[in-house]
Structure formats: C-alpha cells, structure tokens
Design a protein around this ligand. Structure first.
Ligand SMILES: [Fe+2]
Length: 254
C-alpha cells in the first residue's frame, strides 16, 4: 500500500489580502497533480488544512482537492475549526458525524489507518485526554495482529528548542507513547504541525513529521532555488525494514 501524506497547507480565502494566499493554493494544487501521477492508494492529511478555520477557506480547500483521484483522510490541526472541517468533508463516509473528537479508523486496506484528534478548541498545543487514550487503546486492542499506521497533527515528542512542551500537559504526550508502546502492530506515527521534516524512534515504533506544504511557512529546508517547490511524503510498509518514507519534491513544471 502506497500512502501520500500532505500537511499544513494553511489555505487562505480567495478574498484574503495575505501575500501568500495564492502561493499556498498553488502549492496544494501542484501536490495534488503530482500525487495523481504517483497513484498512491490513499492520501493522509495531517491538519492545519486552512489558516483561520473559516468556511470560505474550506471551500477553496475542497476546490483544490477536487482533482484528487484517490481517497483522502483528514485530521484537524490547531488552525482548523472542527465544525467547519466536518461540514467541508461531510461527504466523506469515514468521518464521525458529531461528538467532540475527530477520530476514526479506516479498515479498507491491508494496512489499518487510525486517525487521532490532538486538538481542542482554543488550544494551540496538542491534547490527548483520558477519553482519547481509552479510545485508542480499545481500537488497537481490537486487532492486535494487523499492521496499523497512526496519524495525528501534533507530534507527541520534542523536536528542538522551538517545540519544547508541544502538548498542553506533558503527561498527555507520555500517555500517547504509553498506549502505543503496548501495541506492537503499530508501524508508525505520521505528524505535521512543526512545519519541518523530522524522523525518530518513538514508543517502540517510528515517527515522521513532514514539512508544511505551504512553502512560505516551511522550515528546515532552505535551498533557495527549491523554496517554491512543495514537498510531500510517500510512505510504504516493508516487511524487511518497516515504514519506508520518501520525500517527493514537486517538479517545477507541475
Ligand atoms: Fe501548521
């Protein structure tokens, strides 16, 4: 199974005066075109889909995603408004219709996909409260022998000085690691939020953070000639080596 990951597109409304409004839309448009050429089985979208959580931004987001010819699975970031995000993706059968948490399981593939909601209204930092801890533990306990990939907006580990304390309570990030470490079928955790690429071992599995699709807020990649080339990730699970991830830099001609 080949999975494309996109994240932190921070799309702005068509009427926005923000200088990067059109650039961000173009970055996503080009990623979608390139993903269609690569033909993955699915796309995972790890949040901060829009900048302010406004309906006009989500309408533009859906327009930009419309050409995508494979299923897309989204989780919210701290920039998203969960109600507006739900409305924008209401045609997606996998989404929970209501409730406080934007979390779900995709059972359509050999690789089980588990979407974890790390957001709470008005909170910039990650949240993983006891209800979510119990939900994830039950989900993972239900099918212990099936390879499973987790995706979430906030990475539950520190990646440098700029991100110390990425969760509102350190014990909530520790609880996520504790749950995952008890389930050896977890092949990896995919994250966004910090806008730069990171890979590490975490909780007995591997974790990836992808750079933001929005190149104007992307960090950690400063090749000046490549600055306007968006990057997304392609993931595949190998029996020999576990999760294999490659960065796909969208060609300037796309
Ligand atoms: Fe972001």
């Amino acid at each position: 199974m080949l999975i494309a990951q996109i994240s932190d597109t921070h799309i702005l409304a068509p009427t926005s005066q923000h200088p990067a409004a059109d650039l961000r839309a173009d970055c996503l448009r080009r990623c979608v075109a390139d993903i269609n050429q690569q033909q993955p089985d699915a796309v995972i979208f790890t949040g901060d889909t829009v900048q302010h959580g406004e309906p006009e931004e989500y309408a533009r987001l859906r327009e930009l995603l419309a050409p995508l010819n494979v299923p897309i699975y989204v989780v919210p970031g701290n920039r998203d408004d969960k109600g507006a995000l739900r409305n924008a993706f209401a045609d997606q059968a996998y989404l929970p219709g209501d409730g406080d948490f934007f979390q779900y399981v995709v059972e359509d593939y050999d690789l089980r996909l588990v979407a974890i909601d790390s957001t709470s209204a008005g909170e910039r930092k990650g949240v993983f409260c006891p209800e979510r801890q119990a939900w994830l533990d039950a989900v993972l306990s239900a099918q212990p022998d099936r390879p499973t990939l987790l995706f979430i907006h906030h990475p539950p580990f520190d990646v440098g000085d700029h991100y110390v304390g990425g969760y509102r309570r350190p014990e909530e990030a520790a609880a996520l690691a504790d749950v995952v470490s008890r389930h050896s079928q977890v092949a990896g955790l995919l994250c966004g939020h910090v806008h730069w690429p990171v890979e590490c071992n975490w909780a007995g599995t591997s974790a990836r953070i992808m750079p933001s699709i929005a190149v104007d807020v992307r960090k950690g990649i400063d090749e000046s000639e490549a600055h306007e080339r968006p990057i997304y990730l392609l993931h595949q699970l190998s029996e020999e080596t576990g999760l294999v991830s490659q960065a796909r830099m969208v060609d300037a001609s796309v």
